[in-house]
Design a protein. Structure first.
Length: 191
């Protein structure tokens, strides 16, 4: 479990990584500030204070990133076992958190094969929201010059998703260069 984006375990690993990064950024900013106060014999009016204040900006950005990832639960291990047991050699992506200005959606798994992208979310999502994200992914892929049909299954349709994966695995076309481009585009729009 390396925890790279798109792999199972990504969110669990990123929770630790982003928390550590945030703490280190804040420690560095405060260390510069207190070093400046010490070197200037208690006077806060120095270049060290300015550097520390500017150093808080990346720390705050890291804190926002850490908060966003901590709000997402990791993929259920049992669900991962069920999906991986039927996916065979299909190109799979796991734990994708898609964000737009209007809505957010967590995809547990996505399959890229041939001219299709098929995904699953354990969340109970309205049909309108599913259609919104299907269109969002389709637009994002078209922006990259890729044309794929996109279908997202929600929690009520887990059996249909697993069945679709089995069917896709049985008639799996050979992996193409465009499948890699689709994978890259999906990873680019995920948190």
């Amino acid at each position: 479990m390396k925890g790279q984006k798109g792999e199972y375990g990504y969110i669990k690993r990123q929770k630790r990584v982003r928390l550590i990064r945030t703490v280190l950024f804040f420690v560095a900013a405060f260390a510069v500030f207190f070093a400046g106060v010490y070197l200037n014999h208690g006077d806060k009016r120095s270049i060290y204070t300015v550097i520390a204040m500017v150093g808080v900006i990346p720390a705050a950005m890291a804190a926002v990133s850490a908060i966003m990832i901590w709000l997402r639960p990791s993929m259920d291990a049992e669900l991962y076992r069920r999906i991986s047991s039927v996916s065979g050699n299909l190109q799979m992506l796991y734990e994708l958190f898609l964000t737009t200005r209007e809505k957010n959606l967590y995809l547990d798994a996505a399959v890229i094969t041939g001219d299709q992208v098929v995904a699953y979310t354990h969340e109970d999502v309205s049909t309108a929201d599913l259609h919104f994200f299907e269109e969002h992914i389709t637009r994002s892929l078209r922006t990259s010059g890729l044309k794929r049909s996109v279908k997202i299954f929600d929690s009520g349709n887990q059996k249909q998703f697993l069945s679709r994966i089995e069917i896709l695995n049985d008639r799996q076309p050979p992996e193409s260069d465009t499948d890699y481009l689709v994978r890259t585009a999906l990873l680019a729009i995920a948190l």
